[in-house]
Design a protein around this ligand. Structure first.
Ligand SMILES: Cc1cc2nc3c(=O)[nH]c(=O)nc-3n(C[C@H](O)[C@H](O)[C@H](O)COP(=O)(O)O)c2cc1C
Length: 443
């Protein structure tokens, strides 16, 4: 289902917020979207551009469930199924994303947002980049793009990932197609890190049919239903990128990053520009949610895993809670190790029994308070490869970030009397029956 079909679905379901008042893409739009975080917001009139802007299409699990036609509780299984069984997408002769072809490129025509007063330039934040690696084939991932001219952007390309390794092999520059205005399956697939050689668009197609169309100026294929496609190449020229707000809600620092030249823009006749607020819920969910099934799969190899959540307080990237059914004294420790293997950027993990509701931070903290002893149940790993996003980690330019990791086994100790560890509950009664007539519990 295309992004615009999802917007219509969100409108029907009552989720969509529509803003008809004219809004400036410079600071104002991001501020309005920020206070409405968690809702899809469609800005119909944006100063200086004829294109409307959607923000927050993927800012709650309910929207992915709606778009993919599953229950919220079945999302992880749906993602896992698609990750394990990608389907090669069909290639069509023509695509809606090419209704208009602009070879006279001018990025100023797009309603690209400036988010914070400290931003060095406007940033494209919801662009899904498609490149081809000579050894591994197509790679699809997000790259934030700082606009530096009418046809140039500087991309943040994390070292060692798919785009970076392909770019280093392409001495004459790497052809790239950046899709803006994507379906939820394409957004989710671009956020995943499948094994090298696995096509993310095959994963998107396994979630929902996602047909492709050949680009006009580069030998790449893009989802035909995209709203905009920016075709060009990643050069070997470097320029300053940042500072820019990141997932952690802290400022990422300035780095020398590759310049991309845009040679052609194709778009739908009435295209909708998509933006994503850095550090807000959509960014967090897209980063964290696809890691839950990979942690689940890794933990399931060593013990019985019931559920996994990447928590928003942990920036939806650095912290996870895993619930298991403990059948062996070593299961808690094994689950900690497996969780780190299932998500390389994970920094802290808490393992609990399956009586703990892992989406409730109070319950997780209760398990730590009543079942965990640091001298017995804490695993600390020093000098590990870590996340480039963590300001507290050790960052050396050109090298993988290093960090310490910590796992808390907050499961009931093996051999203990389980009754002593179970939460006692009062039987539920109707309190109103005990009140005086006319007395109310409402504040
Ligand atoms: C919303 C969002 C924004 C992202 N921004 C960037 C970015 O600016 N640069 C980058 O290299 N990765 C970024 N990522 C991460 C990559 O898209 C993601 O890790 C991807 O899975 C990498 O895949 P690969 O290892 O196959 O290349 C972002 C992810 C999301 C969900």
């Amino acid at each position: 289902m295309s992004l615009r079909a999802f917007i219509e679905q969100a409108r029907q379901a009552g989720y969509l917020v529509e803003i008809h008042r004219e809004v400036s893409p410079r600071l104002e739009l991001a501020r309005v979207a920020a206070v409405l975080d968690g809702r899809p917001v469609l800005f119909h009139r944006v100063t200086g551009s004829k294109f409307p802007v959607i923000v927050g299409a993927g800012s709650a699990r309910e929207y992915y469930a709606l778009g993919l036609g599953v229950e919220v509780g079945h999302l992880a299984a749906k993602l896992m199924e698609a990750l394990e069984h990608p389907k090669p997408p069909e290639v069509t002769e023509s695509g809606a994303c090419q209704q208009v072809v602009e070879r006279n490129v001018d990025l100023d025509r797009l309603p690209i947002l400036t988010h914070l007063p400290t931003d060095p330039a406007p940033y494209i934040t919801a662009g899904v980049a498609i490149i081809r690696d000579p050894d591994y084939g197509r790679n699809v991932s997000f790259h934030r793009l700082m606009v530096t001219g009418p046809r140039t952007v500087v991309a943040r390309i994390v070292e060692g990932r798919g785009t970076d390794t392909a770019w280093r092999k392409a001495h004459d520059g790497l052809p790239i197609a950046i899709c803006v205005g994507n379906s939820l399956p394409v957004l989710l697939a671009a956020s995943m890190s499948p094994p090298k050689g696995v096509d993310e668009l095959g994963i998107a197609n396994a979630m929902q049919p996602t047909s492709l169309v050949q680009c006009k100026t580069v030998n790449l294929q893009v989802p035909a239903e995209s709203e905009f496609v920016l075709e060009g190449h990643i050069t070997h020229q470097l320029a300053n990128e940042g500072p820019f707000l990141d997932l952690t809600e802290t400022m990422d620092f300035v780095r020398r990053q590759p310049v991309i030249e845009i040679d052609c823009i194709t778009h739908r006749r009435d295209a909708i520009y998509q933006a994503l607020l850095p550090g807000k819920l959509e960014h967090k969910l897209l980063m964290g949610m696809p890691k839950e099934p990979t942690i689940f799969a890794a933990v399931s190899q060593v013990c019985e895993c019931r559920d996994v959540v990447i928590t928003p307080g942990g920036t939806s990237w650095l912290h996870a809670v895993v619930s298991i059914v403990k059948r062996d004294p070593e299961d808690g420790r094994r689950a900690i190790e497996a969780a780190f293997a299932g998500h390389g950027s994970l920094k802290h993990v808490v393992v609990v029994d399956d009586d703990i509701h892992i989406h409730d931070p109070v319950q997780v903290e209760w398990a730590i308070a009543t079942r965990f002893q640091a001298s017995r149940d804490l695993a600390v790993l020093t000098d590990q490869p870590g996340s480039s996003l963590d300001p507290s980690a050790t960052h050396v330019p050109g090298q993988k970030t290093r960090t310490a990791k910590m796992g808390l086994d907050a499961t009931i100790p093996w051999g203990a009397n389980r009754k002593e560890y179970e939460k006692m509950r009062y039987e539920k009664i109707e309190a109103r029956e005990y009140l005086n007539t006319g007395q109310s519990l409402d504040q």
